[in-house]
Write a protein that binds this ligand. Structure first.
Ligand code: FNR
Length: 349
């Protein structure tokens, strides 16, 4: 239960920061080096929902409660899709299972209250770092995800090495040993967050056909910031791109994602969906991202703050606050349908 009723992500963030142990707070909050990109993600959005979903972020049980399971319940009850990190601390099967159960309960409830009420479909996506595409571990993980009901793979490509997050370099951050990975494996003694690193020699022309041969799930690449990479994504037949700089945690001074988005949207031209993340803290931010070409907006820290503040209830509150703010911006800019949100409507906000 919450001290006073939080009415914004900033309120949830404050509650979360006050509650979390220092090392977890630093891990969640931190960006690389001088945190230029981390700050720019947010301030660039200020200069200038509910097409949003939960983005993949690691180790939700560090926030307490049931971690990813609480996030899954809150999202599914609202028909909001969820991307699960491959560094999840709940099993990938359980995440879908509890989400579907929570949703069925809601559907039953709402059928009783309101005949004809239709909840948006939930959807589940699995994020993946490809360490070495030839290992059977990666293959097993992909096949398990497909079998469990995930419909897309988000292949994160902006983390061949871990960014220099200064707080974690000063004070070594180790994961508690009782946590388990998405695969169900236990954390190894002294295991570092850098456990899964990309294979830095990976190429589009070998990786994408290999992934296609292993799964029917959709394949998106997460971590696109340059229009030339967007063109490569089209050339290699990807099902979508995720415009992201990993929440400012990787290359410091990389552009804010909102600033990188328009040039990427110009290349993609609506041919495949553009997912977007970085600095989304308000419904207004979601509106701006849509106006500049995003189709789906992912929430990173906003969900973590909700989870740390109050478990499933806090995540639900985070999602509801952003949805409510987004609908208000739509109404006040005279937009009745999200397809009417375009660059020209940005002039209004
Ligand atoms: C992340 N992010 C991330 N991305 C990914 O592909 N796999 C992962 O395991 C993680 N883990 C992770 C942990 C934490 C603590 C954070 C804050 C972020 C990046 C995430 O998907 C997303 O790109 C950013 O969080 C978006 O920025 P905001 O919304 O946090 O500003």
């Amino acid at each position: 239960t919450l001290p006073t009723k939080p009415v914004s992500i900033a309120d949830l963030e404050q509650i979360a920061l006050d509650k979390l142990p220092k090392l977890v707070r630093q891990y969640y909050e931190g960006g690389a080096e001088d945190e230029i990109t981390l700050r720019e993600n947010i301030t660039s959005l200020q200069r200038l929902n509910v097409p949003f979903a939960v983005g993949p972020s690691a180790f939700h049980r560090l926030a307490g409660y049931d971690g990813e399971l609480d996030v899954a319940r809150a999202a599914a009850k609202r028909g909001i899709a969820m991307g699960l990190s491959s560094s999840s601390t709940s099993s990938l099967e359980d995440v879908i299972k509890v989400g579907k159960t929570a949703r069925e309960e809601i559907e039953e409830g709402s059928r009783q209250e309101n005949e004809g009420f239709k909840l948006q479909d939930s959807d589940w996506w699995q994020q993946l770092y490809v360490c070495d595409q030839r290992t059977s571990d990666t293959e097993d993980f992909i096949q398990r995800s497909e079998k469990a009901g995930y419909t897309a793979l988000l292949i994160t490509v902006d983390r061949p090495y871990l960014g220099r997050r200064l707080a974690s370099l000063r004070e070594k951050f180790e994961l508690p040993l009782h946590l388990r990975r998405a695969s169900g494996e236990k954390m190894a003694q002294g295991e570092q967050i850098a456990h899964y690193l990309l294979n830095p020699s990976m190429h589009w022309h070998e990786l994408i056909p290999w992934l296609r041969s292993k799964t029917k799930m959709k394949i998106l690449v997460k971590g696109i910031l340059h229009p030339e990479d967007a063109a490569l994504a089209l050339k290699h037949g990807l099902d979508g791109v995720v415009v992201s700089n990993h929440g400012g945690r990787q290359l410091d001074a990389a552009p804010a994602t909102i600033d990188a988005l328009p040039a990427i949207a110009d290349v993609i031209q609506g041919r495949i969906p553009i997912f977007f993340d970085g600095g989304i803290r308000k419904g207004l931010d979601v509106y701006r991202a849509l106006a500049l070409g995003a189709d789906v907006v992912l929430l990173g820290r906003a969900v973590l703050w909700g989870l740390a503040a109050a478990g499933e209830e806090g995540v639900g509150l985070a999602l509801d606050i952003i949805a409510e703010e987004f609908k208000l911006v739509m109404a006040l800019t005279g937009v009745t349908d999200i397809t009417q949100i375009r660059r020209s409507t940005l002039a209004l906000v």
